[in-house]
Ligand binder design. Structure first.
Ligand SMILES: NC(=O)c1ccc[n+]([C@@H]2O[C@H](COP(=O)([O-])OP(=O)(O)OC[C@H]3O[C@@H](n4cnc5c(N)ncnc54)[C@H](OP(=O)(O)O)[C@@H]3O)[C@@H](O)[C@H]2O)c1
Length: 350
């Protein structure tokens, strides 16, 4: 494959490059940036020095990409930007015969929701390109395999949404014992906010602090509710996000009342759902962010006691919550090995 990354200088772009470096099908990668044109990739992503050569360029060379048997575009830009550019980009793809064969994976929230009003509720403002919302498959890899096979337009899920859905969706399999309502609390590290510094990512204000934010109003709620509705479950939840003094990682805690449920039954529901899922590791005790950092694994544990139950999920927000899942989706879309380019062993301690 020949890859173009829009927003390649950001954290998502850097992680795509890190993971793609060991993807057996990668032939070339073109890194698009506005601020770093002419700089080497290693000057911006120092971990990639000596591994990813070349420099940032201002715009994709669509004519060159059109020569590829397998052209791929990852969009890793701030919310709204890819949707704003899409119709113009499509015009260029059409001119170069790329329209049908280009695989497009957007890492932002632009195409995760079903319709323009849902987008406005989650992100505020008008959707810049509502006529294309229906073209995109929502790429929660473990749950959308059928839809992903052959897909050429994929909306990659949000990082919180990935962790929460992996823990929430199997609960619908509990039948009469499924909870009506689940309390969700999840923490994220500072890299969740991207590479541009802000008050909430600035080290002195964050390193020794712990706080909630966007209580009951986080933008990922919309995509989670969409999946729940499409799975045909009436399960409801309330979500409070927290900002933790970490760089990478999401840890989601889901709790609910379970008067008639045993630990073995809850675990069996997860085992059954995820039995052949390469990147889900079910464990005893507690998952740990340090055990998944840098990898595409989602570690999940469940427990039941005194009529209450909890599900715990740990992922790396930049990998399973972003670039890793995007590559997993690319692999599923092309019916390649699901784990191609994704077999990095987590570094421990992180
Ligand atoms: N960070 C996470 O954990 C995470 C997880 C899941 C999804 N996401 C989503 O993935 C997307 C990328 O996130 P990120 O963390 O990689 O962000 P980031 O570190 O801020 O990188 C985004 C890159 O996009 C480019 N960019 C910024 N504004 C642009 C504009 N108006 N037009 C074109 N390019 C622009 C910038 O590069 P230049 O200035 O060099 O052009 C920037 O480096 C976001 O939509 C984010 O919400 C993030």
């Amino acid at each position: 494959m020949d890859v173009v990354i829009l927003g390649a200088s950001g954290y998502g772009g850097g992680e795509l490059l890190r993971l793609l470096a060991s993807h057996p099908r990668l032939r070339s990668v073109s890194c698009i940036s506005r601020q770093h044109v002419g700089k080497s990739i290693g000057a911006v992503h120092p971990n990639l020095r000596g591994i990813v050569t070349g420099e940032f360029v201002a715009a994709p060379d669509w004519a060159a990409l059109a020569q590829s048997d397998c052209p791929v575009l990852f969009a890793a830009m701030p919310h709204g930007e890819f949707a704003r550019q899409l119709l113009q980009l499509e015009q260029q793809w059409l001119e170069h015969g790329l329209e049908r064969k280009l695989t497009v994976i957007d890492l932002s929230g632009d195409f995760r929701l079903a319709d323009a009003p849902s987008f406005s509720r989650s992100y505020g403002g008008e959707h810049p390109c509502p006529e294309r919302l229906a073209d995109f498959v929502y790429g929660l890899s473990e749950w959308r395999r059928v839809e992903l096979a052959g897909a050429r337009r994929i909306a990659n899920p949000g990082c919180f949404a990935t962790a929460i859905q992996l823990g929430l969706l199997p609960l619908a399999d509990l039948g009469a014992q499924a909870p009506a309502w689940v309390a969700v609390s999840a923490i994220t590290g500072s890299s969740g906010s991207g590479a541009s510094p802000s008050e909430t990512t600035h080290h002195p204000t964050r390193a020794n602090d712990f706080r909630a934010y966007k209580m009951l109003a986080h933008q990922h709620e919309g995509e989670i509710r969409r999946t729940l509705a499409e799975q045909g479950t009436a399960l409801d939840f309330a979500f409070v996000p927290h900002s933790a003094p970490l760089v990478r990682g999401i840890f989601a805690t889901l709790t609910f009342q379970a008067p008639d449920l045993s630990g073995a039954e809850l675990r069996a529901a997860f085992e059954q759902r995820y039995q052949d899922r390469r990147f889900i590791r079910l464990l005893e005790g507690t998952p740990r962010i340090a055990a998944v950092a840098g990898s595409n694994f989602a570690d999940i544990a469940v427990s039941v006691s005194g009529g209450n139950a909890c599900v715990l999920v740990a992922i790396d927000n930049l990998v399973k919550g972003m670039a890793g899942q995007a590559i997993q989706n690319l692999n599923l879309a092309h019916c390649w090995h699901e784990d191609a380019g994704l077999l990095q062993v987590p570094a421990y301690p992180a």
